[in-house]
Design a protein around this ligand. Sequence first.
Ligand code: 2RA
Length: 335
Amino acid sequence: QALQVAVVGATGLIGRAILDLLAERQFPAKRVCAVDGTEHEGEVVAYGNLELDVQPLDEVSFDNIDLAFFVAGSEVSRQLAPQARAAGATVIDFSSAFRLDEQVPFVVPRINGAGLLAQEDVSLVSVPNCTVTPLAVALNALAANGLSRVTVSTYQSVSGTGQEALEVLADQTTALFGQREVETTVYPKRIAFNLLPRIGEVQGDGGTSEEQSVIDEVRRLLGQPALPVEVTCVRVPVFFGHAWSVNVALSQPLEVERARKLLAANGIHVVDDSQREDGYATPMEVAGSDRIWVSRVRATEAGLAFWLTADNVRVGAALNCVEVAEALLAAGKLR
Ligand code: 2RA
């Protein structure tokens, strides 16, 4: 089956990573169409050895498209995903538009892929925020022991904000070294050599939209709508790779060694050698990798604590989109 594929938001970090993964994993596409806003007209993006011309969003037709990845934000998804679906394309949506819509499957194949394939209508599939997917995979690995509370602090790299934020961190860093004036754009305060304890819009309860997204999406993925989840999201001066400090309370005790085994059995790479000074994983090492990494697993009074890190652009976002497509393809569910 050779498919016609569209990537809407193809010039962004996640769009480009999806194109890389489709090429690397030899996804059977006979045509790939790179689509983005009119401001990107004239640009090209790489797809394997090819360069694709970016087609403007307002001219795109989904008539011949079998599969469309949407990674251009929720406004574009709300506007165009229904159109793509009506034209016969299967839509995999990486935006917040449908994540809490109970009518739309919300999927990380490693957690609930079987549930997706059991559904009749899989023409629109929503996938989580990049701050959620690796965390939820790790929590799911421990869920058989009864998760009764999750407390998380995140350490989110600037690539989570997008291309412009990569430039801001680089520019601010070189400006500081060159003793030049530092401009604060994209973020309201300097990000170079700093930490920003607020990601997203502040809400009525003082939490942020990013923190709420972690709470809502973890609960939905794990099928535990009342699970107490406490989150603080922090932006850190790292280019690629998010990290999480996680504490879980469990209703049945779990030994550390058994927890490591459960995490590894769920495809997580456990790097956890307390005898070595460098026996843990860091964002620097996981950037570009397609794995989720766990370190520093230890027992606490209530359950376990651990450190988690993963490439937010690839594992957190693009890879999950492509794995959904691969699962649908393998099950003969792509229209
Ligand atoms: C970030 N997860 O890292 C966000 C993007 N929604 O900024």
